[in-house]
Design a binder for this molecule. Structure first.
Ligand SMILES: Nc1ncnc2c1ncn2[C@@H]1O[C@H](COP(=O)(O)OP(=O)(O)OP(=O)(O)O)[C@@H](O)[C@H]1O
Length: 313
């Protein structure tokens, strides 16, 4: 197992109180596995990704543990985490396209970054990786401004994986790209895993359709908690949680005109994470909810590798 997250609790300090963005999340990522993390805006996907790399100033590690390759990550200790960042766990951020320093040629920037991490620049290795993501070697002589959005995105992927981290967290890295560029980035991600440059991956997206093509396993979160986790094909064909079912039914089907089959959304919104009510957090929006749902549903393994947090599943 590359990653084992146990009962992770992370909140944000705000003027209104503590926003419990992750409220007891447990899951694992196996060696070689790509875990797609999905769920609607605000469910805690980015917070989970950040927790594994760097807590920002307003985030507080309230409880739980994160183990990477059997060693506990000191996620609450920014300085001690330095030994792990880039080397063991790395992030391609949500706004990767602006993560490149605009005043430096890319080759120089990569060399400086590696130096700051105490690693020498291995030109051969760098060039092989550029080949893998389909970037010409000349990009190293260019400024970020001279690259398209998709090229920048792939460049950031190369940079974040140069030290062969065990786990790569890719946060919404395809959202701002057109569909064919999205595919190139997705292929590059799979190539990195298949070539062993990274052992495992957490692929964060709100795009369930895309994640079902890339991920081996999909985990759906709802309001700071795990709702369902299952192998990607099972999640798409036989979801058990009412929320996941509704999410999957709300996906547009290619070739089906919406006059024939109207797109359905999910009415209502998740509860506030400042003071979430007890019980199932989806119950106000759930067509199957009854009084029993006022109690917290445990995460249950209904079949091997299929985890669901629902009394009705
Ligand atoms: N800096 C912050 N200060 C206070 N609350 C925050 C902060 N960042 C996120 N939150 C809250 O934490 C919860 C989880 O947010 P998070 O960004 O992790 O969700 P997400 O699923 O990644 O959403 P999105 O898809 O929109 O990026 C939300 O309720 C959000 O409002």
């Amino acid at each position: 197992m590359t990653l084992t997250v146990t009962d992770l609790r992370v909140s944000y300090r705000t003027l209104g109180g503590e926003v419990k963005a992750l409220d007891g999340v447990s899951f694992g990522v196996r060696d070689g596995e790509i875990l797609g993390l999905a769920g609607e805006s605000g469910c805690g996907k980015t917070t989970l990704g950040k927790s594994l790399i760097r807590l920002d100033g307003r985030m507080r590690h309230v409880g739980g543990t994160v183990e990477l390759d059997g060693r506990e990550l000191p996620i609450a200790d920014d300085r001690r985490m330095n030994a792990f960042r880039f080397h063991e766990v790395s992030l391609v951020p949500q706004y990767a396209m602006s993560a490149l320093n605009p005043t430096r040629r890319i080759g120089r920037m990569v060399a400086e970054l590696l130096k700051s991490r105490g690693a020498p620049l291995d030109r051969d290795k760098l060039e092989r990786r550029l080949d893998l993501v389909g970037l010409p070697r000349e990009v190293l002589d260019r400024y970020p401004l001279e690259l398209s959005g998709g090229m920048k995105q792939r460049m950031v992927m190369v940079v974040s994986t140069l030290l062969d981290p065990s786990l790569l967290v890719a946060d919404e890295i395809t959202s701002a790209l057109d569909v064919s560029t999205q595919k190139a980035v997705a292929r590059a991600l799979l190539g990195f895993r298949d070539s062993g440059f990274v052992k495992s991956m957490l692929f964060i997206t709100h795009d369930l359709a895309l994640t079902s093509h890339i991920a081996d396993t999909i985990m759906v979160m709802y309001a700071g908690r795990l709702a369902e986790k299952a192998p990607a094909d099972v999640m798409v064909k036989a979801p058990r949680h009412p929320y996941t079912r509704m999410l999957i039914n709300s996906l547009p089907e290619v070739g089906v005109r919406h006059a024939e089959r109207p797109l359905s959304g999910i009415a209502g919104s998740p509860p506030s994470l400042l003071d979430p009510p007890p019980g199932c957090r989806f119950r106000d929006r759930c067509p199957l909810a009854d009084e029993g749902c006022a109690e917290d549903p445990p995460v249950t393994e209904t079949e091997p590798d299929h985890f669901v947090a629902c009394w009705k599943a």
